[in-house]
Write a protein that binds this ligand. Structure first.
Ligand code: UD1
Length: 429
């Protein structure tokens, strides 16, 4: 049996929706809980497949984990394992970040290389060079990173060649439990990095500069428990914002800090969308008259790569020529062919997609190939005439809690259908 999401589009969205806690803050913070033997309580945790996979990973390392509604209680009195297999890391790329906490607390780790995926090659050289500078002895053999630091890691001054989010998380976690002063230059500045740093401070580390390019960590011999509230999910917020814009609606999207949207807020005002920033979200006052836009992704505060596919879906129905350049991940255009099946006019030259807006998309059977590509198809389906069926919705379940309920709160006609495999294959051809 397979599940598909069905959307009857063509209706302007309106109303109010609350986003969940940020998936990309929850994942590193859950891994960082391994740095202490005391209990960590996390609130506003989103109910997502990726969170469940992370719970499974923590249990593998000896944590007891209790999830009740949106509150997670994690305690790891001692590490009972030091390895993460390929099947664990493949299911959840962020699992690779466990290398830093395992090394810092246990002095040894064997973690499978995550490998590339549909959006790009995704190497981990920046992670490994940084941990080596902190004194880890690292060998990569047969697709597994074997790292050890029997005398413990040592503080270091590290320069990143690119502000990798994952590598910044990795070093922040390792440095928090490495006594002394570690400096990261060229660090990622994403809100999720600030969230992780705030968590590490809450468990006892001293950190200055999170959110800036240079971060200084004063690590401690031991860390303690805490009670911590996760930030709202800015990418989920951008998804609902663009769904409202694509349908020419008006709505209030709440539960997040608008500052976390970075350059995306400027882009939507260039597109002619009238918004009001609020303390806990934004209100889209008018999206009836829209202009095309030129956008290029980059590290925060530039336009986020995770919003690229979502913006593209909205521009397919904006009169005129838009262009969107993907500068973070080289292969992040899997949504283009599916949007084209709905009538979108997009041509890709190298890392840039050129979009010529059409008056209407038409609903079609399409396939989600990754989280954001799937969300882009939802946006397109909401704007399209007729029925859109989205196959492989498990990708969406990784990043969107209560997707159908939240879209229905905005007046969308959306549901899910369980089909047998033959129907599914036939419709998918
Ligand atoms: C995180 C996010 C992802 C987001 C991305 C960029 C999570 C779970 N994932 O992914 O949603 O799209 O940040 O904002 O939070 N790179 C290297 N060497 C390295 C590390 C990265 O070359 O050692 C390259 C990558 O291939 C990519 C770029 O740097 O081209 C950005 O990657 P990075 O910032 O590390 O992204 P992730 O942490 O994997």
């Amino acid at each position: 049996m397979s599940e598909i999401i069905e959307i009857h589009g063509g209706k302007p969205l309106s109303g109010e929706v609350f986003v969940s806690g940020a998936k990309n803050a929850a994942l590193p913070i859950m891994l960082a809980s391994l740095l202490t033997g005391e209990e960590v309580v996390l609130r506003n945790v989103p109910n997502l497949t990726d969170v469940h996979l992370s719970i499974h990973l923590l249990e593998h390392f000896g944590s007891t984990v209790e999830l009740s509604r949106n509150t997670l209680r994690i305690q790891t009195p001692r590490l009972v394992a030091t390895e993460a297999s390929y099947s664990l890391v493949k299911a959840l790329r962020a699992s690779f970040w466990v290398l830093g906490p395992l090394l810092a607390r246990g002095g040894a780790a064997r973690v499978a290389l995550p490998g590339g995926d549909v959006i790009g090659a995704r190497p981990v050289d920046i992670h490994l060079e940084a941990l080596a500078q902190m004194g880890a002895d690292i060998n990569v053999k047969h697709g597994v990173v074997m790292a050890s630091a029997p005398q413990g890691l040592r503080p270091a001054e590290i320069d990143f060649r690119f502000p990798s989010v994952g590598a910044t998380h990795q070093v922040l976690m390792a440095a928090a439990r490495t006594p002394g002063r570690t400096v990261i230059r060229g660090a990622a500045r994403e809100p999720e990095v600030i969230a992780l740093a705030e968590f590490l401070v809450a468990i006892g580390a001293e950190i200055e500069g999170a959110g800036q390019s240079t971060i200084v960590v004063h690590g401690k011999e031991s860390l303690h428990g805490c009670d911590f509230h996760l930030i709202g999910d800015r990418i989920e917020a951008a998804t609902y914002i663009l769904a409202v814009i694509a349908t020419r609606g008006t709505a209030r999207i709440r539960g997040f800090d608008p500052v976390h949207l970075g350059a995306f807020l400027d882009l939507i005002s260039q597109m002619g969308v009238k918004v009001r920033n609020e303390a806990d979200g934004i209100t889209i006052i008018d999206s009836s008259s829209l202009h095309p836009v030129d956008a290029s992704t980059g590290p925060f505060p530039d336009f986020a790569t995770d919003i690229q596919a979502l913006l593209m879906a909205a521009t397919t129905v904006i009169d005129g020529k838009s262009s969107i350049s993907e500068q973070v991940f080289e292969g992040r255009f899997s949504h283009v062919s599916e949007l084209a099946r709905m009538g979108a006019q997009i041509s890709v030259e190298g890392r840039t997609a050129h979009i010529t807006g059409v008056p209407k998309l038409s609903g079609a059977f399409v396939e989600a190939r990754d989280i954001r590509a799937g969300a882009a198809l939802c946006i397109a389906g909401l704007a399209a005439e007729g029925l859109t069926q989205i196959a492989e919705p498990q990708h969406l379940r990784r990043g969107y809690a209560d997707l159908e309920q939240k879209l229905r709160a905005l007046g969308a006609r959306v549901g899910k259908k369980v089909t047998d495999a033959e129907d599914f294959m036939f419709s998918g051809c």
